[in-house]
Design a protein around this ligand. Structure first.
Ligand SMILES: Nc1ncnc2c1ncn2[C@@H]1O[C@H](COP(=O)(O)OP(=O)(O)OP(=O)(O)O)[C@@H](O)[C@H]1O
Ligand SMILES: O=C(O)[C@@H](O)C(=O)CO
Length: 425
């Protein structure tokens, strides 16, 4: 297998978002969980997205895991590696986007790396280096209250400069609009000044196509699914890859009980849970009981057990920003996040043991904890449920034939949980 594109995603929902984008653009794509073991039988593909859970861990660990993924991808022939980050640039002043970018850049000798989280299909656009989420700048969006990495500065040149050892430049929209040659010239100018990375503006998919044409000639880029789209279209339009019709088909039905787990506290997820109350039984976990270790997972399993034969259920820890802040004040941010993620993993593991074969998980960190616990080594991409969220079919592993959907916190329409289950037969 010789890869045309190698990708390293800093969380699992982000990886499935990217795998979905690449598949829809005609690349045969597989999503692996961590660096694949040598004995994992992978189909013949154009792109591999290695999913890491490296967004909210220590920067040193994020760097070493990303480097291991890069080594594997390059050894499979990947000439270009995309480091997939969140379209809302989720990170803190100590990383991990900057440190990982710096390390991968040093490894491949890239003079100046193009960086953009733009993903217009989901309302993420970048103008003059400022990230917009829908109609508002990042720092005015609900991301300012994210439980793990509150985003309070929308100027990404500044944000990345605080995290990186290199200077950060800007390739503005006027340059992008003038086309690939203008972008190349600007990147060369920045590199000539010793500027090692540049935020590049993008508002429409056509901007990302221009960026993709330039990036595809480099060894490394950093961004969200939008730049993935640009790279994929460039690889197809320049004949490096023969486009394959997106799979998207239903595949064999797996049947059996279905469940949804939500650990995301995003506004979108909170609305989706409220809608789901009209469609299925919903259990709201008590986060204080989780933090004090009084058997909240068992309470959830006892609640779910008699209901699963009747139809899907939803179990959620999600809470409003005020409630999240209060819990974190009582127990600490990391301890709260970790304990809730592990409880979600306990619940998932036991649901699967009791026969659940269709599982929807909301939240990147939450999905990471759940998929790790289920020891699923990889996924094939199926139908698209919503922008950035495909149905995934587990490959390898011991949990048997399973369908999952891993929803990024902010993605999906109001009826997301029912929409997902409708496609997961
Ligand atoms: N009630 C709660 N109080 C505090 N923290 C919570 C609560 N419920 C969940 N959490 C934690 O909040 C974090 C949510 O992050 P997660 O990545 O799962 O969702 P997200 O950030 O909305 O999704 P994405 O990363 O895909 O955008 C997790 O660490 C989770 O354990
Ligand atoms: O880019 C996004 O917004 C998502 O794929 C994601 O990474 C959320 O965790």
């Amino acid at each position: 297998m010789t890869l045309a594109l190698g990708c390293i995603a800093d969380d699992y929902t982000g990886a499935s978002d990217l795998a979905n984008t690449l598949t829809r653009a005609g690349l045969r794509t597989v999503q692996t969980i961590g660096v694949p073991a040598d004995d994992l039988a992978l189909p013949e593909v154009d792109a591999v997205v290695v999913s890491l859970k490296s967004r909210s861990i220590g920067a040193g660990l994020a760097v070493s895991r990303s480097r291991a993924a890069e080594t594997w991808l390059r050894s499979r022939g990947a000439g270009h590696v995309l480091f997939k980050i969140c379209s809302t640039f989720d990170s803190t002043d100590v990383g991990n986007i900057g440190p990982v970018m710096d390390a991968l850049r040093a490894d491949c000798g890239e003079a100046a790396v193009l960086v953009t989280p733009a993903f217009p299909e989901t309302g993420r656009t970048v103008y003059q280096g400022n990230l917009f989420v829908g109609a508002v700048p990042l720092n005015e969006s609900s991301l300012k209250d994210h439980p793990l990495n509150p985003m309070r500065d929308s100027n990404l040149v500044r944000v990345l400069a605080r995290q990186s050892r290199t200077q950060i430049g800007l390739v503005d929209l006027a340059t992008v609009t003038r086309g690939a040659d203008a972008v190349r010239a600007r990147v060369a100018e920045l590199a000539g000044k010793g500027i090692g990375a540049a935020i590049i503006d993008a508002v429409f998919d056509r901007d990302l196509e221009t960026i993709g044409l330039v990036a595809a000639q480099h060894r490394l880029s950093v961004g969200a699914s939008g730049i993935g789209l640009g790279l994929a279209r460039a690889l197809v339009s320049t004949g490096k890859i023969k486009s394959t019709a997106a799979s998207g088909g239903p595949g064999a039905a797996v049947g059996g009980p279905a469940a949804c787990l939500a650990g995301s506290c995003s506004q979108a997820t909170l609305h989706q849970i409220a809608s789901a109350e009209r469609a299925m039984p919903v259990l709201h976990l008590d986060p204080d009981r989780i933090l004090t270790g009084v058997g909240e997972a068992q309470r959830a399993l006892d609640w779910a057990s008699p209901r699963l034969a009747e139809g899907p259920v939803l179990i959620a820890s999600s809470a409003t920003p005020d409630q999240v802040a209060a819990l974190q004040a009582r127990h600490g941010r990391d301890a709260a996040g970790h304990a809730i993620e592990q409880t979600m993993a306990d619940i998932a593991e036991n649901l699967v043991k009791s026969g659940v074969r269709r599982l929807v998980v909301a939240g990147g960190e939450t999905s990471g904890a759940v998929v790790d616990r289920l020891r699923i080594p990889g996924f094939l991409v199926g139908a698209e449920i919503a922008a950035g969220v495909p149905v995934l079919r587990a490959v390898g592993g011991t949990s048997g034939d399973m369908l999952l959907a891993l929803k990024s916190g902010n993605f999906g329409g109001p009826e997301f949980f029912s929409d997902a289950l409708g496609l997961m037969r």
